[in-house]
Design a protein around this ligand. Sequence first.
Ligand SMILES: [Zn+2]
Ligand SMILES: [Zn+2]
Length: 352
Amino acid sequence: MAATRPETMFAWRKHKGNPEPVWEEVPVPKPGPTGVLVKLLASGVCRSDHSLLTLEKQAGWFQPKWTLGHEGCGRIVEFGSDIKDTALKVGDVVALHSVPGCGAADCTECSRDLPQICEHSHHSGIGQDGYYAPYAVIDVRGVVSVPEGVTPAEAAVATDAVNTAYHAIHKRGEVKASETVFLFGLGGLGFNALQIIHNIGARVIVCDIKQQRLDEAIKLGIPEADIVPVGKSPVEFVAERGLLIDTVADFVGTHQTFDDAQDIVRRGGKLLCIGSLDTENTIHMKTGTRKRLSYIFSYGGQVGDLKEVLDLIAKGVIKPQVRPGRLEDFPSVLKDLEAGKIEGRVALIHNE
Ligand SMILES: [Zn+2]
Ligand SMILES: [Zn+2]
């Protein structure tokens, strides 16, 4: 396999100061001691690719030029020299976690079980080389076997779009079957969250601005009575039905949804904040204190979550909404995503 590996490849890159992705020839990377060289099969396109391209004020690890793409699935080509004790082997299909953390015992974040915000490890496709290229190197800590029955496109979007939703609902929100959850937003992440909450067995009230997405929720088995009609105020909907909302899961994060969330959540309830469409929102101090609310923020997911997520996809419990695209078409796919023309996700499929 190594014999046929090319010296160079074309990749979609971010150049500092340029908001457009650059299709550029770069060397095929070589794995360091704990790295794994992977031939990509599918790379998920994420809305945050747009922010990564257009926002110039970024974290310290961002390089002047780097390959975009932070949701990947590929086939193992080569292991670094230090990787000995592993069940993985060359040819295995694996999902690639873009920020697995450094894992060091003295890391300020990893030591507190927060690898997704560790600043020491490689950030694939988030300021450092990622997956919009035929080959990528990733630390072995971020590599997870893809079980039978999960397609490369599903595995790619599982790494972020599903994993972020899973981490938020299970690990941060600790949503239980006995709860009533109000879910704002059925986009790329929110629709996965809906399936995850539904699988827990909790009642879920669904709100979105697009009828088509609400229809998808009904197809999933959400009773029509638990769907907020398009244009109906969530506050009125909850009040008229006398609903007690234990948890609001906000995958939108606008002024409107954040305000509504504080209104509709029951006393002692939880606000789970994942979306951040508006960069600033207002916490109503009197509401928050008198209702004794918990405001819980969630970001990303962990490698352990990804294993659980892939198993749930294999069992058919979560069906990520993903359709195929071509690597060459990344800029137009991203524009369509921004324009709201894409339901769910697109995974760019690579030639084998
Ligand atoms: Zn993303
Ligand atoms: Zn770390």
